[in-house]
Design a protein around this ligand. Structure first.
Ligand code: ADP
Ligand code: MG
Length: 642
């Protein structure tokens, strides 16, 4: 075969994003270049899976008699590392497209991220490269030239050779190749010849590709062209999940977890829990699923990874998101069933009743797994919650049939919990005598809501207040109306009914009836604020602050409004209720003024400032300049008096 592309080779240029990836992989420094082998093996395994799967329905497919296999040849004589499979292969058009563009949406995002990190002088983590579908190009870390010989298993296609030996471009031309599949020849860079070493290759394969289900065979050729020892299979190559849990160690499970996650996990990413189940009724299947130790990068992306579906050991759907409800999409692993027809198509999977049956069972298993984790290891459960709580909470809104299980798993920070997480059950168990409700506050983050004046009455009674600071909590609250027959009550909404404070001041008792009556001020304040507030009333929830804003009963919360705005959705406009603290000295003084000289100009200023303070406590003030003026005005008055 000619070493250089012939004159009838078609010239192509890489698309811009590929060039960007290539310059990244060739110009950066790596500590683990070896992942290139994992990427090429995983492509070869994919190609074998595709051939097996398509062969089930396509009678014409060539090479069905072949035993699926991946072979690696280390050729020291020619300084080449060759990875070959007898899988689906590529047509000319496919080779040009698949090895010249980047199809995945996550990739460009990833690239941007890497470039930003590089700009900041950091060393970006290129291990993630495989997750983003630029795996093939990682071979350029070790090779300065790549020749791909490929023949499609679909009849009527001629084999082609794809060659890249100069930066930025590649050629595609006809070639000879007898059987279907793909052979990738890497001409190694001078500083990468270590990857010809038999021991090194065996090690890498075992580290990253041990659980690839097809045999990976290694042959080595010495400098003199003679074969070095026997050809031998270097990976385990069996269905891990079909083995009995009894014969598996924790280490085995961790290894397989790596395999499931694409061959590599970040340091410290150990699965938090797992389900390894084998069921026979109502449907036969085996499943091995993990709750990852770190949130996968694609959790909120459309084309995220999911659970792999096998039928009798044949991979039929790479990412099957029908095996679990969407709110359990953090689970990663494998499901394998004897009961599924092998020729089930992707579309059929969506509707298949057997898939629904598996899904019901698996959902149950995952709930059981989470219950056990929560019970046995609060620390790990907290980590799980940190990673995936927001995802799981989606279920409260989307899956009524599992409310009971979901409510049990919910965790919140609270006004008394410090950093730790509280369950609803714990909340109810610790309720104070006379406390009738579960109190909560919604808002942007724990720090902000913790300082909110709305908590004052609860503080005074020693009542715990749950912090609902995930955007999704607003949807949770639409479903979570009560727990153990205790209603959930917002401290920022409606009138807060509470028992009288226990530690009533002595002088309070002596107070005349009129003490605490601020009707004159309330009336005046409503006049001054006009449409900006729905109502001004005396507060039952304030203890130390002068004023706060609350949402009217049944109105959407300020937090919900914030979220809708963020999502660029229109929020219904609504005015809020201003509450004034009748025990507060400033409020009392203002009331006196409203009684004695209702037309005093200062009153307007004071009311505005009480309103400003309430808005400020929520961290949002519409007219800061106006507020500054008002404060200056008051200071001036005080100065004059002094
Ligand atoms: P990904 O595997 O994530 O799709 P890669 O960069 O690793 O991304 O590969 C790009 C594409 O090239 C693959 O999706 C596949 O279509 C094609 N490809 C790569 N290697 C092979 C192979 N050995 N056999 C058939 N097709 C392949
Ligand atoms: Mg790949």
């Amino acid at each position: 075969m000619p070493d250089t592309p012939t004159s009838n080779a078609k010239q192509h240029e890489f698309k811009a994003e590929v060039s960007a990836v290539l310059s990244l992989v060739t110009n950066s420094l790596y500590t683990n270049r070896e992942i290139f082998l994992r990427e090429l093996i995983s492509n070869a395994a994919d190609a074998l899976d595709k051939a097996r799967f398509q062969g089930l329905t396509d009678r014409e497919l060539e090479g069905k008699e072949l035993t699926p296999k991946i072979t690696i040849t280390s050729d020291k004589q020619n300084n080449k590392l060759v990875i070959e499979d007898n899988g689906i292969g590529m047509t000319e058009e496919e080779a040009t497209r698949n090895l010249g563009t980047i199809a995945h949406s996550g990739t460009l995002q990833f690239l941007k991220h890497v470039q930003e990190e590089q700009a900041e002088g950091k060393r970006p983590d290129l291990n993630l490269i495989g997750q983003f579908g630029v795996g093939f190009y990682s071979a350029f870390m070790v090779a300065d030239r790549i020749d791909v010989y490929t023949r499609s298993a679909h009849p009527g296609n001629k084999p082609v050779r794809w060659v890249c030996k100069d930066p930025g471009k590649f050629t595609v031309e006809p070639t000879d190749k007898e059987t279907r599949g793909t052979r990738i020849e890497l001409t190694l860079k001078e500083e990468a010849t270590e990857f010809l070493d038999r021991w090194k290759i065996e090690n890498i394969v075992r580290r990253y590709s041990n659980f690839v289900m097809h045999p990976i065979e290694l042959t080595t050729i010495k400098d003199d062209g003679e074969q070095d020892g026997e050809t031998k299979q270097v990976n385990e190559g069996s269905a891990f999940w079909a083995r009995s849990p009894k014969e598996l160690t924790e280490e085995d499970y961790k290894e397989f977890y790596k395999h499931v996650m694409g061959g590599f996990v970040m340091p410290g990413d150990e699965p938090l829990a797992r389900v390894h189940a084998s069921l026979d009724a109502p449907i036969q299947f085996k499943a091995l699923l993990y709750a990852p130790g770190r949130p996968p990068a694609d959790l909120f992306m459309e084309d995220r990874k999911s659970v792999q579906l096998y039928a009798r050991r044949v991979l039929i759907v790479e990412n099957c998101d029908k095996l679990l409800p969407l709110y359990m999409r953090f689970m990663r692993g494998v499901v394998d069933s004897e009961d599924l027809p092998l020729n089930v198509s992707r579309e059929m999977v969506q509707e298949d009743r057997k898939i629904s049956a598996i899904r019901r069972q698996l959902t149950r298993k995952v709930f059981k797994m989470l219950d056990a984790l929560a019970e046995e290891n609060a620390e790990k459960y907290a980590q799980f919650w940190e990673n995936f709580g927001a995802v799981l909470k989606e279920g409260v809104h989307t899956d009524n049939s599992h409310h009971k299980q979901l409510f049990k798993l919910l965790r919140f920070r609270s006004s008394t919990s410090n950093e730790s997480l509280r369950s609803l059950q714990q909340y109810v168990d610790d309720m104070k005598e006379g406390q009738e409700a579960i109190y909560y506050i919604t808002g942007e983050n724990a720090e902000a809501v913790a300082r909110s004046p709305h908590l004052e009455a609860c503080h005074a009674h020693g009542y715990e207040v749950l912090f609902m600071t995930d955007a999704v909590d607003e949807w949770v609250l639409q479903e979570l109306k009560e727990f153990n027959e205790k209603p959930l009550v917002s401290v920022t909404q409606g009138e807060l009914e509470m028992p009288e404070d226990e530690s009533k001041d002595e002088d309070d008792a002596e107070d005349s009836k009129d003490e605490g009556n601020i009707d004159a001020l309330l009336k005046k304040a409503k006049e001054i604020l006009g449409e900006r507030v729905k109502e001004v009333r005396a507060s039952k929830r304030l203890r130390t602050s002068s004023s706060c804003l609350v949402d009217a009963e049944g109105a959407i919360s300020r937090n919900m409004e914030r979220i809708l705005k963020m999502a660029k959705q229109s929020a219904p406009s609504r005015s809020r209720v201003l509450e004034l603290n009748p025990k507060d000295a400033v409020v009392k003084a203002a009331n006196q003024l409203a009684v004695s000289s209702p037309d005093d100009a200062r009153l307007g200023n004071w009311v505005e400032l009480l309103y400003d303070q309430a808005a400020l406590a929520e961290g949002e003030i519409s007219d800061p300049a106006g507020m500054v003026k008002r404060i200056q005005q008051i200071m001036l008055e005080v100065a004059k008096q002094g």
